[in-house]
Design a protein around this ligand. Structure first.
Ligand SMILES: *[C@@H]1O[C@H](CO)[C@@H](O)[C@H](O)[C@H]1NC(C)=O
Length: 156
């Protein structure tokens, strides 16, 4: 048993390291920029450049608004229930200008009711990028892979 629990601890450490280092390959949120002012009902620009670490034609993304910076995703690449304010949906990024494939990412996002957040506080817009199962070099048996990146927004 001791061996087993040591192995599990080692495995957990390894997983933590993989999660921490692999997030560096996340894409870039081109818009909004950090510190963008937001209020209930306001519209902010949206633009994302996929990291596309598996070199796919299209990259599925999801967009989220939350009150704290996400630290982890659940098994299906979502922000865990109760940790986000708004889910803006899933879209397909066209990585090589092949031609848009619906659902095309929005160019703007509407801020929901954030009246319970004080002026001057920060909310966070996050994009989760997925590499679909079996689409990465290495084989058809590979599970889906997820990365995410966040930008802070300022409540005014
Ligand atoms: C992951 O999170 C999303 C959003 O909270 C949720 O819809 C989905 O069911 C979750 N998946 C799992 C496996 O818990």
């Amino acid at each position: 048993m001791r061996f087993l629990s040591t192995s599990i601890t080692a495995l957990a450490t390894l997983v933590a390291l993989v999660v921490a280092s692999s997030s560096k390959r996340a894409g870039t949120i081109d818009a909004p920029t950090a510190g963008t002012s937001i209020s209930t009902g306001s519209s902010i620009p949206f633009g994302y450049g996929a990291a596309n670490w598996c070199h796919n034609g299209y990259s599925p993304i999801t967009i989220w608004l939350s009150g704290t910076v996400p630290t982890a995703l659940n098994a299906t690449g979502g922000l865990p229930e109760g940790t986000y304010i708004e889910y803006y949906g899933n879209y397909l990024e066209d990585n090589f200008n092949i031609g848009p494939l619906p659902p095309v990412p929005p160019t703007s996002l509407t801020i929901p009711d954030i009246s319970s957040y004080p002026t001057g506080s920060n909310l966070f817009l996050s994009v989760v990028e997925e590499a679909l199962p079996g689409t990465c070099p290495g084989g058809v048996s590979q599970p889906a892979q997820y990365e995410f990146t966040s930008v802070s927004l300022m409540v005014v």
